[in-house]
Design a protein around this ligand. Structure first.
Ligand SMILES: O=C(CO)[C@H](O)[C@H](O)COP(=O)(O)O
Length: 229
């Protein structure tokens, strides 16, 4: 279980690595969690309902199992219709998530969703689809600990980075600076060896790594490269 101050305690002098379990070896998940334990800063678990986002992805029982196995902080990214967001917040908070992010596009329940996350004593985040104006995050910045910008279409892995991604990160970085708050800025989607340096330069503090991490032939070498950027 991570310490209650895990987010504030993360290193600030280098890019952080958030490992997306969607790209892990799911049949040998415990082995993969052990293999990455010394390399990842955060575990990222996508939740998608097949409607708000096309994929059908992970569930609270898995988060509870991962929580029991790993000491790394767990970031749950909820991609779900307004109707189910609040109940999913409850379920994933109870399962042991350390940070739960909901979407700015959950317009009908975003305020209540953020409040609900915090009632559980869990850190809260907002995510923007790649086509949503970054300014739509502004009203929430007083209440979130993390802001994630998707750099690809929602809920599909293996895609290339959208050309707007770096400018959008710059815009988000400026909004965060203007808020005067410490908010972790994350880039999710299109994380490749040729895009990571650009995303870092544009303001990303953490990147959600799928195949770039789990598919690395030598993980220690890949992380040394990331930390040296
Ligand atoms: O949600 C995602 C991309 O939007 C996931 O984080 C996914 O694991 C990324 O995988 P890859 O980097 O291999 O495309």
């Amino acid at each position: 279980m991570p310490s209650p101050t895990w987010l504030a305690d993360l290193p600030r002098h280098r890019l952080l690595a958030e490992y997306s379990l969607w790209s892990a070896d799911l049949i040998r998940l415990a082995d993969d969690l052990d293999r990455i334990a010394a390399h990842a800063d955060i575990l990222h678990i996508d939740v998608a309902d097949g409607h708000f986002a096309p994929a059908l992805l992970f569930f609270p029982d898995l988060v509870a199992k991962v929580r029991a196995h790993s000491a790394l902080p767990i970031h749950v990214h909820l991609m779900a219709d307004d109707k189910v967001v609040l109940s999913q917040v409850d379920q994933f908070a109870e399962a042991g998530a350390d940070l739960i992010s909901i979407h700015v596009e959950n317009r009908g329940v975003a305020d209540e969703g953020l409040a609900r996350i915090r009632e559980h004593g869990v850190l809260s985040g907002m995510v923007l689809r790649v086509e949503t104006p970054v300014a739509e995050a502004k009203p929430y910045l007083g209440r979130v600990d993390a802001l994630t910008l998707l750099g690809t279409a929602i809920g599909v892995k293996g895609q290339g980075l959208d050309p707007t991604a770096t400018d959008r990160l710059g815009e988000a970085k400026d909004l965060i600076a203007a808020s005067g708050r410490r908010i972790l800025l994350a880039a999710d989607g299109g994380i490749r060896d040729n895009t990571v340096p650009l995303l870092y330069k544009a303001g990303a503090e953490t990147v959600v790594m799928g195949s770039l991490a789990f598919g690395a032939p030598d993980l220690a070498e890949r992380m040394a490269w990331l930390h040296a950027l």
